[in-house]
Design a protein around this ligand. Structure first.
Ligand SMILES: [Fe+2]
Ligand SMILES: [Fe+2]
Length: 190
């Protein structure tokens, strides 16, 4: 696969985003199971959601990929739905953050935090699944020219700067690795 393929790039992000989904889901299960999870780890999940999933990945889709593909035959309605779903994701992420902050201040927010983590995991599964089908269609039909791909990849670089730059995005990858290696991630709920 061509590394300058803007559609493939988004599909690769989805693989990373599904790792975030697995972390959020596991964390939620363990909270419901009354296991103790460092609040700091949950705060890191929230940071990764906000910076990597939303600002960086949804940023690339909203500022570059979707505007470029919107006018191609028949894609308008799909894109409209994806944008609405992004807003839903943001709403869940905001509610999650609010409950994490309350927990930090001393309120017992275990249940709402578990609930919003679960909701966000469901959102990721549903949304990336639909988008992957859409991306496959675009790839199969060869709807993006090499020239368009090049332009999109340049826009993506701008989006990465807006999301804190290359070093910050790499830091996000390290945080995901860190979370996956945490003790509470290792075994399943009985
Ligand atoms: Fe999306
Ligand atoms: Fe996406």
């Amino acid at each position: 696969m061509n590394t300058l393929n803007a559609t493939h790039d988004l599909k690769q992000d989805h693989l990373i985003i599904r790792r975030v989904r697995n972390i959020a889901e596991r964390c939620s299960d363990k909270l419901y199971d009354n296991e103790s999870i460092p609040l700091e780890d949950i705060e890191i999940i929230s940071v990764v959601i906000e910076e990597f999933v939303d600002r960086f990945h949804h940023g690339k889709e909203e500022k570059a990929y979707f505007p470029q593909t919107r006018d191609k035959n028949g894609f308008n309605e799909d894109i409209r739905k994806f944008l609405i779903e992004h807003e839903l994701g943001r709403r869940i992420a905001r509610m999650l953050l609010r409950e994490i902050k309350a927990w930090r201040r001393g309120t017992d927010s275990r249940e709402p935090v578990a609930r919003f983590l679960k909701s966000y995991a469901v959102f990721i599964t549903d949304h990336t699944g639909k988008e992957d089908k859409f991306f496959d269609l675009i790839e199969d039909k060869g709807r993006i020219s090499t020239k368009e791909d090049e332009v999109l990849m340049k826009y993506y670089a701008v989006c990465r700067e807006q999301a804190g730059g290359k070093a910050r995005v790499e830091q996000m990858m390290k945080l995901i690795d860190y979370l996956e290696a945490r003790e509470w991630m290792k075994n399943d709920v009985e």
